[in-house]
Write a protein that binds this ligand. Structure first.
Ligand SMILES: *[C@@H]1O[C@H](CO)[C@@H](O)[C@H](O)[C@H]1NC(C)=O
Length: 327
C-alpha cells in the first residue's frame, strides 16, 4: 500500500508507469491496474457517466467481437502485457460481475475512463476520480483477505505489479479543450508523457489547418517526461528497495506516427472510427459514418485512443523497458 501512495504522489498523470515490488521472483501473482480510459476494461459500463465504450463498434475485433467497455477495437496495451506475463485471464474490471470470489485473486482493474490524476477531470465527466479508485483498492484488499486469508492476501498485494495510466484525458480534454478549467491550471502543473499533439483530436482542434502533430502539445509532453524521470531518480535514491520503472510511452507512440510503414501502418492522421478526426466515446458509435472496415493499418482507433494494432506494438516496447521488474 505504501508503494501505491508513493506511486500516486509521484506519478502525476503519465500514461504508463509501472511500480512493481518484486523479490527476485520471475512470476508475479497479480496485476493491479489504475487509471483512465487507456486501461479501463469496462468499469464505466454501469456508471452514470457519458464517457463509455460499451457499444459497437468498440470491441468489434476483440475475441468475443462484443463491446467490453475498452476504448479500442480490440485489446489494450495492458491486455497484451497481461498475456505476456502468463496470466490466463485479464484482471477483472472491479465493478463488473466477474469481480467475485477467486477471480479477484490475480489482481483487478480499478481504472475508470476520464478519471485522470486530477480529480476535477473525473467530476467534470461524471466519472469516478482516482482517489476513489484507491478507496476501491482498499476495499478490494479487505475482500481478498476474506477470500484467501490474511497471509495469502498480503503476499498478493506485496508481489503484484501495479500499473497506473493517466494524463491523456486530463491533459487534452481539460487543459486544452475546457476553457473554464484552462484558466485554473498551467501546463507546468498538468502535463503528460504521450505525444499528445499527434492524437487525431488534437490535430483537429489545435492544428490550425495544418495536418501535422501539434508542436506545442508535444513539447509540453516532453517537459513532463523530463520532470517525471528526475522525480523517479530521486525516489529511487530515497527508497533503494523500490522497484520502479517509468515507462516512456512518448517515443514508442511517436515512432509509430512518424514511421508507420516500419510497423505496418498506413494511416496515422485519421482514426478508424467515424471521420477519425474528433470522435470518441458516444460520438464513435454504430452509426458513425466513415468507420474503416479494417483497423489494422490505423495507429488510432478513435480520435483519442490507439488501435489494437498500435497497442500491440506499444506493449512490446513497454515490455522491453519494464523487463527488470519481472526478472
Ligand atoms: C492460501 O493459499 C494456499 C495456496 O494457494 C492455499 O492452500 C490456502 O488454502 C490459502 N489460505 C486460505 C486461508 O485460504
Amino acid at each position: 500500500m505504501k508503494s501505491i501512495s508513493i506511486m500516486l504522489i509521484l506519478a502525476f498523470q503519465l500514461w504508463f508507469c509501472i511500480v512493481g515490488i518484486s523479490h527476485g521472483q520471475s512470476i508475479v501473482p497479480g496485476f493491479m491496474i489504475f487509471g483512465d480510459s487507456v486501461v479501463d476494461t469496462g468499469n464505466n459500463n454501469n456508471q452514470l457517466t457519458l464517457v463509455k465504450a460499451n457499444f459497437r463498434p468498440y470491441g468489434r475485433d476483440f475475441g468475443s467481437h462484443l463491446p467490453t467497455g475498452r476504448f479500442c477495437n480490440g485489446k489494450l496495451a495492458t491486455d497484451f502485457t497481461v498475456e505476456t506475463l502468463g496470466f490466463s485471464s485479464y484482471p477483472p474490471a472491479y465493478f463488473s460481475s466477474e469481480a467475485q470470489g477467486e477471480n479477484l485473486l490475480y489482481g483487478a482493474n480499478f481504472a475508470l475512463a476520464a478519471s485522470g490524476y486530477w480529480d476535477k477531470t473525473a467530476i467534470l465527466y461524471g466519472a469516478v476520480p482516482l482517489t476513489r479508485q484507491l478507496r476501491n483498492f482498499e476495499e478490494y484488499q479487505a475482500r481478498i483477505k476474506a477470500i484467501a486469508g490474511e497471509e495469502n492476501a498480503t503476499e498478493l498485494i506485496r508481489e503484484s505489479i501495479y500499473l497506473l495510466s493517466a494524463g491523456s484525458s486530463d491533459y487534452v480534454q481539460n487543459y486544452y479543450i475546457n476553457p473554464l478549467i484552462n484558466k485554473l491550471k498551467t501546463p507546468d502543473q498538468v502535463t503528460s508523457l504521450a505525444p499528445l499533439g499527434c492524437l487525431p483530436a488534437s490535430i483537429t482542434l489545435f492544428g490550425k489547418d495544418k495536418n501535422d502533430c501539434v508542436t506545442r502539445l508535444n513539447s509540453d509532453a516532453i517537459g513532463f517526461n523530463y520532470k517525471l524521470k528526475a522525480a523517479a531518480e530521486a525516489l529511487k535514491k530515497s527508497h533503494p528497495d523500490l522497484k520502479l520503472v517509468v515507462f516512456d510511452i512518448y517515443n514508442p507512440l511517436l515512432d509509430l506516427v512518424q514511421n508507420p510503414s516500419k510497423y505496418g501502418f498506413f494511416e496515422t492522421r485519421k482514426a478508424c472510427c467515424g471521420t477519425g478526426t474528433i470522435e470518441t466515446s458516444l460520438l464513435c458509435n454504430a452509426i458513425s459514418i466513415g468507420t474503416c472496415s479494417d483497423a489494422s493499418g490505423y495507429v488510432f482507433w478513435d480520435s483519442f485512443h490507439p488501435s489494437e494494432a498500435a497497442n500491440k506494438a506499444l506493449a512490446g516496447a513497454l515490455l522491453l523497458q519494464g523487463i527488470e521488474l519481472i526478472s
